[in-house]
Design a protein around this ligand. Structure first.
Ligand code: LLP
Length: 422
Protein backbone atom coordinates (compact mmCIF):
# COMPACT_ATOMS: atom_id res chain seq x y z
CA UNK A 1 0.00 0.00 0.00
CA UNK A 2 1.07 3.58 -0.48
CA UNK A 3 0.28 6.44 1.82
CA UNK A 4 -0.34 10.17 1.85
CA UNK A 5 1.48 11.89 -0.96
CA UNK A 6 3.54 8.81 -1.89
CA UNK A 7 2.16 7.05 -4.94
CA UNK A 8 3.35 5.24 -8.06
CA UNK A 9 3.30 7.25 -11.26
CA UNK A 10 4.20 5.24 -14.35
CA UNK A 11 5.67 2.52 -12.14
CA UNK A 12 7.94 4.93 -10.23
CA UNK A 13 7.31 5.88 -6.60
CA UNK A 14 6.85 9.64 -6.41
CA UNK A 15 6.04 12.19 -3.75
CA UNK A 16 4.08 15.18 -4.94
CA UNK A 17 4.98 14.16 -8.51
CA UNK A 18 8.76 13.99 -7.82
CA UNK A 19 10.35 10.56 -8.49
CA UNK A 20 12.17 9.27 -5.43
CA UNK A 21 14.78 6.93 -6.94
CA UNK A 22 16.84 9.81 -8.40
CA UNK A 23 16.85 11.48 -4.97
CA UNK A 24 18.15 8.28 -3.39
CA UNK A 25 20.80 8.17 -6.12
CA UNK A 26 21.81 11.79 -5.70
CA UNK A 27 21.81 12.11 -1.92
CA UNK A 28 22.41 8.49 -0.95
CA UNK A 29 20.44 6.35 1.47
CA UNK A 30 19.18 6.24 4.12
CA UNK A 31 17.44 9.50 3.28
CA UNK A 32 14.41 11.27 4.69
CA UNK A 33 12.12 12.94 2.16
CA UNK A 34 9.31 15.31 3.14
CA UNK A 35 6.60 16.63 0.83
CA UNK A 36 6.01 20.13 2.12
CA UNK A 37 3.13 20.87 -0.25
CA UNK A 38 1.22 17.99 1.34
CA UNK A 39 2.05 19.28 4.83
CA UNK A 40 0.88 22.79 3.88
CA UNK A 41 -2.34 21.32 2.47
CA UNK A 42 -2.94 19.49 5.75
CA UNK A 43 -2.26 22.64 7.76
CA UNK A 44 -4.78 24.56 5.68
CA UNK A 45 -7.33 21.74 5.89
CA UNK A 46 -6.97 21.61 9.67
CA UNK A 47 -7.41 25.36 9.97
CA UNK A 48 -10.37 25.34 7.57
CA UNK A 49 -12.04 22.58 9.58
CA UNK A 50 -11.91 24.79 12.67
CA UNK A 51 -13.61 27.53 10.66
CA UNK A 52 -14.96 30.44 12.65
CA UNK A 53 -13.98 28.99 16.03
CA UNK A 54 -11.18 31.33 17.17
CA UNK A 55 -8.18 29.02 17.09
CA UNK A 56 -4.42 28.76 17.00
CA UNK A 57 -2.55 25.78 15.61
CA UNK A 58 0.69 25.28 17.54
CA UNK A 59 2.62 22.59 15.64
CA UNK A 60 4.29 20.14 18.07
CA UNK A 61 7.93 20.66 17.13
CA UNK A 62 9.06 17.30 18.51
CA UNK A 63 7.33 15.47 15.65
CA UNK A 64 9.82 16.88 13.14
CA UNK A 65 11.97 19.85 14.03
CA UNK A 66 13.85 20.52 10.81
CA UNK A 67 14.39 24.29 10.50
CA UNK A 68 13.20 24.48 6.89
CA UNK A 69 9.92 22.86 7.89
CA UNK A 70 9.48 25.15 10.91
CA UNK A 71 10.23 28.23 8.79
CA UNK A 72 7.58 27.25 6.26
CA UNK A 73 4.98 26.48 8.90
CA UNK A 74 5.72 29.85 10.53
CA UNK A 75 5.01 31.53 7.19
CA UNK A 76 1.66 29.78 7.04
CA UNK A 77 0.88 31.41 10.38
CA UNK A 78 1.49 28.39 12.58
CA UNK A 79 2.38 28.69 16.23
CA UNK A 80 4.55 26.11 17.96
CA UNK A 81 4.34 23.75 20.91
CA UNK A 82 7.85 23.30 22.33
CA UNK A 83 9.19 21.09 25.11
CA UNK A 84 12.77 22.26 25.55
CA UNK A 85 15.18 25.16 25.27
CA UNK A 86 16.49 23.49 22.14
CA UNK A 87 13.08 23.57 20.49
CA UNK A 88 12.69 27.21 21.55
CA UNK A 89 16.02 28.02 19.87
CA UNK A 90 14.89 26.16 16.72
CA UNK A 91 11.59 28.01 16.47
CA UNK A 92 13.31 31.38 16.95
CA UNK A 93 16.01 30.47 14.42
CA UNK A 94 13.29 29.53 11.94
CA UNK A 95 11.57 32.91 12.36
CA UNK A 96 8.62 31.66 14.42
CA UNK A 97 6.55 34.24 16.30
CA UNK A 98 7.36 33.96 20.04
CA UNK A 99 3.84 35.14 20.91
CA UNK A 100 2.51 31.97 19.28
CA UNK A 101 4.73 29.61 21.28
CA UNK A 102 3.35 27.39 24.04
CA UNK A 103 5.94 25.67 26.22
CA UNK A 104 4.95 22.18 27.44
CA UNK A 105 6.92 19.60 29.40
CA UNK A 106 7.22 18.23 32.93
CA UNK A 107 10.80 19.22 33.65
CA UNK A 108 11.57 22.70 32.36
CA UNK A 109 14.90 23.81 33.82
CA UNK A 110 15.60 27.27 35.23
CA UNK A 111 17.69 28.07 32.17
CA UNK A 112 14.87 27.02 29.87
CA UNK A 113 12.26 29.02 31.78
CA UNK A 114 14.52 32.10 31.69
CA UNK A 115 15.17 31.75 27.97
CA UNK A 116 11.44 31.50 27.31
CA UNK A 117 10.71 34.53 29.52
CA UNK A 118 13.40 36.48 27.65
CA UNK A 119 11.85 35.47 24.34
CA UNK A 120 8.43 36.64 25.55
CA UNK A 121 6.63 33.44 24.58
CA UNK A 122 2.85 33.23 24.46
CA UNK A 123 2.25 30.71 27.23
CA UNK A 124 3.90 28.43 29.75
CA UNK A 125 2.00 25.15 30.03
CA UNK A 126 2.86 24.45 33.66
CA UNK A 127 2.74 20.85 34.84
CA UNK A 128 3.38 21.01 38.60
CA UNK A 129 3.18 23.29 41.59
CA UNK A 130 6.96 23.52 42.11
CA UNK A 131 7.38 24.49 38.47
CA UNK A 132 4.73 27.18 38.90
CA UNK A 133 6.48 28.81 41.85
CA UNK A 134 9.88 28.57 40.20
CA UNK A 135 8.48 30.34 37.17
CA UNK A 136 6.78 32.92 39.41
CA UNK A 137 10.03 33.77 41.16
CA UNK A 138 11.96 34.07 37.89
CA UNK A 139 9.30 36.27 36.32
CA UNK A 140 9.04 38.50 39.38
CA UNK A 141 12.81 38.90 39.52
CA UNK A 142 12.78 39.91 35.85
CA UNK A 143 9.91 42.33 36.47
CA UNK A 144 7.57 40.58 34.05
CA UNK A 145 4.35 38.59 34.22
CA UNK A 146 4.57 35.04 32.87
CA UNK A 147 1.49 33.96 30.91
CA UNK A 148 0.40 30.63 32.37
CA UNK A 149 -1.80 27.70 31.52
CA UNK A 150 -2.06 24.75 33.90
CA UNK A 151 -1.83 21.33 32.30
CA UNK A 152 -4.67 19.28 33.65
CA UNK A 153 -4.58 15.53 33.64
CA UNK A 154 -8.20 14.62 32.95
CA UNK A 155 -7.72 10.90 33.73
CA UNK A 156 -9.07 9.68 30.40
CA UNK A 157 -7.86 6.51 28.70
CA UNK A 158 -6.78 7.46 25.16
CA UNK A 159 -6.76 3.78 24.10
CA UNK A 160 -3.40 4.04 22.41
CA UNK A 161 0.01 2.44 23.05
CA UNK A 162 0.88 2.71 26.77
CA UNK A 163 4.20 4.43 25.97
CA UNK A 164 2.35 7.30 24.30
CA UNK A 165 -0.57 7.62 26.74
CA UNK A 166 -0.24 10.67 28.92
CA UNK A 167 -3.65 11.52 30.34
CA UNK A 168 -4.19 8.79 32.92
CA UNK A 169 -3.84 9.66 36.57
CA UNK A 170 -0.77 7.49 37.11
CA UNK A 171 1.16 9.26 34.32
CA UNK A 172 3.83 11.81 35.22
CA UNK A 173 2.08 14.52 33.21
CA UNK A 174 -0.04 17.42 34.42
CA UNK A 175 -2.02 18.26 37.54
CA UNK A 176 -5.17 16.63 38.85
CA UNK A 177 -8.30 18.67 38.15
CA UNK A 178 -8.75 19.46 41.87
CA UNK A 179 -5.16 20.58 42.24
CA UNK A 180 -5.49 22.88 39.25
CA UNK A 181 -8.76 24.28 40.60
CA UNK A 182 -7.02 25.18 43.85
CA UNK A 183 -3.97 26.67 42.13
CA UNK A 184 -5.66 29.07 39.69
CA UNK A 185 -6.77 31.65 42.30
CA UNK A 186 -3.33 31.51 43.92
CA UNK A 187 -1.48 32.03 40.68
CA UNK A 188 -3.88 34.79 39.65
CA UNK A 189 -2.92 36.64 42.82
CA UNK A 190 0.83 36.37 42.17
CA UNK A 191 2.51 39.45 40.63
CA UNK A 192 4.80 37.30 38.46
CA UNK A 193 2.03 35.21 36.92
CA UNK A 194 -0.95 35.80 34.65
CA UNK A 195 -3.48 33.00 34.08
CA UNK A 196 -4.27 32.89 30.37
CA UNK A 197 -5.32 29.34 29.62
CA UNK A 198 -5.77 25.73 30.52
CA UNK A 199 -4.36 22.73 28.65
CA UNK A 200 -4.31 18.98 28.41
CA UNK A 201 -2.74 16.35 26.19
CA UNK A 202 -3.90 12.79 26.74
CA UNK A 203 -1.73 10.84 24.34
CA UNK A 204 -0.61 10.36 20.80
CA UNK A 205 -1.89 8.42 17.78
CA UNK A 206 -5.50 8.42 19.03
CA UNK A 207 -7.80 6.81 16.52
CA UNK A 208 -11.14 7.56 18.16
CA UNK A 209 -12.78 10.84 19.00
CA UNK A 210 -14.37 9.99 22.35
CA UNK A 211 -11.29 10.36 24.59
CA UNK A 212 -10.64 13.88 23.22
CA UNK A 213 -14.23 14.90 23.84
CA UNK A 214 -14.38 13.29 27.30
CA UNK A 215 -11.20 15.09 28.29
CA UNK A 216 -12.41 18.41 26.92
CA UNK A 217 -15.73 18.12 28.77
CA UNK A 218 -13.92 17.49 32.05
CA UNK A 219 -11.68 20.47 31.49
CA UNK A 220 -14.60 22.69 30.48
CA UNK A 221 -16.33 21.88 33.76
CA UNK A 222 -13.30 23.39 35.50
CA UNK A 223 -13.25 26.38 33.13
CA UNK A 224 -16.89 27.07 34.00
CA UNK A 225 -16.24 26.69 37.71
CA UNK A 226 -13.33 29.15 37.51
CA UNK A 227 -15.44 31.56 35.53
CA UNK A 228 -18.21 31.42 38.13
CA UNK A 229 -15.51 32.39 40.65
CA UNK A 230 -14.54 35.37 38.53
CA UNK A 231 -11.48 33.97 36.76
CA UNK A 232 -11.74 34.07 32.96
CA UNK A 233 -9.25 32.25 30.77
CA UNK A 234 -8.64 33.36 27.22
CA UNK A 235 -7.70 30.02 25.69
CA UNK A 236 -8.32 26.28 25.98
CA UNK A 237 -5.50 24.09 24.69
CA UNK A 238 -6.54 20.56 23.74
CA UNK A 239 -3.02 19.32 23.02
CA UNK A 240 -2.15 17.08 20.09
CA UNK A 241 -2.69 13.40 19.54
CA UNK A 242 -4.88 13.07 16.47
CA UNK A 243 -3.87 9.78 14.87
CA UNK A 244 -2.96 8.97 11.29
CA UNK A 245 -3.21 5.91 9.12
CA UNK A 246 -0.14 3.70 8.99
CA UNK A 247 -1.92 0.43 8.21
CA UNK A 248 -5.66 -0.11 8.54
CA UNK A 249 -6.34 2.44 11.28
CA UNK A 250 -9.30 4.70 10.61
CA UNK A 251 -8.68 7.83 12.68
CA UNK A 252 -11.27 10.61 12.66
CA UNK A 253 -10.85 13.15 9.88
CA UNK A 254 -9.75 16.68 10.73
CA UNK A 255 -13.30 17.78 9.99
CA UNK A 256 -14.80 15.24 12.41
CA UNK A 257 -12.22 16.10 15.06
CA UNK A 258 -12.87 19.83 14.70
CA UNK A 259 -16.63 19.33 14.72
CA UNK A 260 -16.38 17.20 17.88
CA UNK A 261 -14.30 19.81 19.69
CA UNK A 262 -16.53 22.67 18.59
CA UNK A 263 -19.60 20.71 19.67
CA UNK A 264 -18.18 20.29 23.16
CA UNK A 265 -17.21 23.98 23.35
CA UNK A 266 -20.82 25.00 22.71
CA UNK A 267 -19.96 28.46 21.49
CA UNK A 268 -17.62 29.38 24.32
CA UNK A 269 -15.58 32.38 23.18
CA UNK A 270 -12.15 31.14 24.23
CA UNK A 271 -9.48 30.61 21.60
CA UNK A 272 -9.04 26.93 20.91
CA UNK A 273 -5.33 26.06 20.88
CA UNK A 274 -4.29 22.80 19.24
CA UNK A 275 -0.90 21.09 19.25
CA UNK A 276 -0.93 18.63 16.36
CA UNK A 277 2.39 17.00 15.51
CA UNK A 278 2.01 13.65 13.84
CA UNK A 279 -1.18 14.51 11.96
CA UNK A 280 0.52 17.34 10.10
CA UNK A 281 3.72 15.59 9.08
CA UNK A 282 3.70 11.78 9.43
CA UNK A 283 2.14 10.76 6.14
CA UNK A 284 4.08 13.34 4.15
CA UNK A 285 7.48 11.86 4.95
CA UNK A 286 9.35 8.70 3.99
CA UNK A 287 12.66 7.13 4.84
CA UNK A 288 14.37 5.83 1.71
CA UNK A 289 16.67 2.87 2.12
CA UNK A 290 18.57 0.36 -0.03
CA UNK A 291 18.73 -3.41 0.35
CA UNK A 292 22.31 -4.35 1.22
CA UNK A 293 21.86 -8.11 1.44
CA UNK A 294 19.20 -10.72 1.12
CA UNK A 295 19.80 -13.50 3.59
CA UNK A 296 18.11 -16.83 4.11
CA UNK A 297 18.54 -18.38 7.50
CA UNK A 298 16.74 -21.31 9.12
CA UNK A 299 13.93 -21.06 6.59
CA UNK A 300 13.51 -17.36 7.17
CA UNK A 301 14.13 -14.57 4.69
CA UNK A 302 15.76 -11.32 5.75
CA UNK A 303 16.21 -8.13 3.79
CA UNK A 304 19.10 -6.33 5.42
CA UNK A 305 18.79 -2.65 4.56
CA UNK A 306 20.97 0.40 5.15
CA UNK A 307 18.40 2.09 7.42
CA UNK A 308 17.95 0.91 10.98
CA UNK A 309 16.27 1.55 14.30
CA UNK A 310 18.68 4.49 14.54
CA UNK A 311 16.70 6.26 11.80
CA UNK A 312 13.22 4.97 12.60
CA UNK A 313 12.86 3.85 16.18
CA UNK A 314 9.08 3.42 16.17
CA UNK A 315 8.93 -0.27 15.15
CA UNK A 316 11.53 -1.25 17.78
CA UNK A 317 10.10 0.93 20.54
CA UNK A 318 6.35 0.63 20.03
CA UNK A 319 6.09 -2.36 17.72
CA UNK A 320 4.75 0.18 15.23
CA UNK A 321 3.86 -0.89 11.69
CA UNK A 322 5.01 1.24 8.75
CA UNK A 323 4.33 0.48 5.09
CA UNK A 324 7.49 -0.55 3.24
CA UNK A 325 7.29 -0.31 -0.54
CA UNK A 326 9.75 -0.64 -3.43
CA UNK A 327 10.84 2.54 -5.24
CA UNK A 328 9.98 0.76 -8.50
CA UNK A 329 6.48 -0.64 -8.65
CA UNK A 330 6.50 -4.42 -8.69
CA UNK A 331 4.47 -6.27 -11.32
CA UNK A 332 0.91 -6.87 -10.16
CA UNK A 333 1.57 -10.60 -9.73
CA UNK A 334 5.03 -10.25 -8.16
CA UNK A 335 5.03 -11.26 -4.55
CA UNK A 336 8.20 -12.26 -2.72
CA UNK A 337 8.43 -14.70 0.16
CA UNK A 338 7.65 -12.76 3.33
CA UNK A 339 10.82 -11.21 4.71
CA UNK A 340 11.84 -9.37 7.84
CA UNK A 341 13.26 -5.99 6.89
CA UNK A 342 16.09 -5.39 9.33
CA UNK A 343 18.90 -2.89 9.81
CA UNK A 344 22.61 -3.43 10.45
CA UNK A 345 22.51 -2.32 14.11
CA UNK A 346 23.63 -4.85 16.68
CA UNK A 347 20.30 -5.27 18.45
CA UNK A 348 17.69 -7.97 17.88
CA UNK A 349 15.04 -5.25 18.07
CA UNK A 350 16.53 -3.60 14.97
CA UNK A 351 13.59 -4.62 12.81
CA UNK A 352 11.78 -2.15 10.53
CA UNK A 353 9.06 -4.51 9.34
CA UNK A 354 8.20 -8.18 9.77
CA UNK A 355 6.89 -10.66 7.21
CA UNK A 356 6.76 -8.29 4.28
CA UNK A 357 6.17 -10.05 0.94
CA UNK A 358 8.61 -7.79 -0.93
CA UNK A 359 9.79 -8.86 -4.38
CA UNK A 360 13.12 -7.05 -4.11
CA UNK A 361 16.75 -8.00 -3.66
CA UNK A 362 20.24 -6.61 -3.26
CA UNK A 363 20.63 -3.04 -4.48
CA UNK A 364 16.92 -2.30 -4.72
CA UNK A 365 15.46 0.84 -3.18
CA UNK A 366 12.64 0.86 -0.66
CA UNK A 367 10.60 3.58 0.99
CA UNK A 368 9.44 3.26 4.58
CA UNK A 369 6.33 5.39 4.68
CA UNK A 370 4.76 7.37 7.51
CA UNK A 371 8.24 8.48 8.58
CA UNK A 372 7.63 12.23 8.51
CA UNK A 373 6.83 12.30 12.25
CA UNK A 374 9.10 10.93 14.99
CA UNK A 375 11.64 9.72 12.43
CA UNK A 376 14.62 12.04 12.33
CA UNK A 377 13.61 13.54 15.68
CA UNK A 378 14.18 10.21 17.43
CA UNK A 379 17.24 9.27 15.39
CA UNK A 380 20.51 8.53 17.14
CA UNK A 381 24.17 7.93 16.39
CA UNK A 382 24.15 4.47 17.98
CA UNK A 383 26.82 2.26 16.43
CA UNK A 384 28.46 5.55 15.31
CA UNK A 385 26.08 5.81 12.40
CA UNK A 386 25.82 9.19 10.73
CA UNK A 387 22.32 10.60 10.81
CA UNK A 388 20.93 10.82 7.25
CA UNK A 389 20.31 13.84 5.09
CA UNK A 390 16.83 15.36 4.84
CA UNK A 391 15.27 16.54 1.60
CA UNK A 392 12.20 18.76 1.45
CA UNK A 393 10.09 18.84 -1.69
CA UNK A 394 8.23 22.00 -2.53
CA UNK A 395 6.55 22.95 -5.80
CA UNK A 396 8.33 20.15 -7.62
CA UNK A 397 11.78 21.19 -6.35
CA UNK A 398 13.97 19.13 -4.04
CA UNK A 399 15.84 21.08 -1.36
CA UNK A 400 18.58 19.50 0.73
CA UNK A 401 17.52 20.87 4.14
CA UNK A 402 20.05 18.97 6.21
CA UNK A 403 23.20 17.37 4.86
CA UNK A 404 24.19 13.88 5.89
CA UNK A 405 26.38 13.84 8.98
CA UNK A 406 30.05 12.99 8.63
CA UNK A 407 32.15 11.10 11.11
CA UNK A 408 34.03 14.37 11.85
CA UNK A 409 30.71 15.89 12.95
CA UNK A 410 30.33 13.12 15.47
CA UNK A 411 33.93 13.40 16.72
CA UNK A 412 33.91 17.20 16.91
CA UNK A 413 32.76 17.39 20.51
CA UNK A 414 35.05 14.67 21.86
CA UNK A 415 38.62 14.78 23.05
CA UNK A 416 41.19 11.99 23.33
CA UNK A 417 42.33 13.40 26.69
CA UNK A 418 45.25 10.97 26.86
CA UNK A 419 47.48 11.42 29.90
CA UNK A 420 50.38 13.61 28.84
CA UNK A 421 48.77 14.22 25.47
CA UNK A 422 47.79 17.46 23.80
N1 LLP B 1 1.50 18.23 22.83
C1 LLP B 1 2.16 17.60 23.82
C2 LLP B 1 2.17 18.19 25.15
C3 LLP B 1 2.80 16.37 23.56
O1 LLP B 1 3.43 15.74 24.55
C4 LLP B 1 2.76 15.81 22.26
C5 LLP B 1 3.41 14.54 21.96
C6 LLP B 1 2.08 16.53 21.25
C7 LLP B 1 1.46 17.73 21.58
C8 LLP B 1 1.99 16.04 19.84
O2 LLP B 1 1.32 14.84 19.74
P1 LLP B 1 0.91 14.26 18.29
O3 LLP B 1 -0.06 15.22 17.67
O4 LLP B 1 2.16 14.19 17.48
O5 LLP B 1 0.36 12.95 18.59
N2 LLP B 1 7.39 9.24 19.73
C9 LLP B 1 6.01 8.80 19.74
C10 LLP B 1 5.05 9.93 20.00
C11 LLP B 1 5.29 10.65 21.30
C12 LLP B 1 4.41 11.86 21.47
C13 LLP B 1 4.79 12.65 22.65
N3 LLP B 1 4.02 13.85 22.83
C14 LLP B 1 5.72 8.07 18.45
O6 LLP B 1 6.59 7.96 17.60
O7 LLP B 1 4.61 7.57 18.27
Amino acid sequence: MTLGSFAYEGGILCAGGVPLAPLAERYGTPLYVYDFDAIAARYEAFSRALGDQPHRICYAVKANSNLALLARLARLGSGFDIVSGGELARVLAAGGDPAKIVFSGVGKSTAELKAALDANIGCFNVESEPELWRLAALAEAAGVEAPVSLRVNPDVDPKTHPYISTGLKDNKFGLAVDQAAALYPRLAAHPGLRPVGIDFHIGSQLTTLEPFIDALRRVLALVDQLEADGLTLSHIDVGGGLGVRYDDEAPPSAAAYAAGLKGALQGRPQTLVLEPGRWLVAESGALLTTVEYEKHHEGKRFLIVDAAMTELLRPALYDAWHPIVPLTEPAADAEGTPADVVGPVCESSDVLGRDRPLAVGEGDGLAILGAGAYGFGMASNYNTRNRPAEVLLEAGQAHLVRRRERYEDQFALESLALPGGE
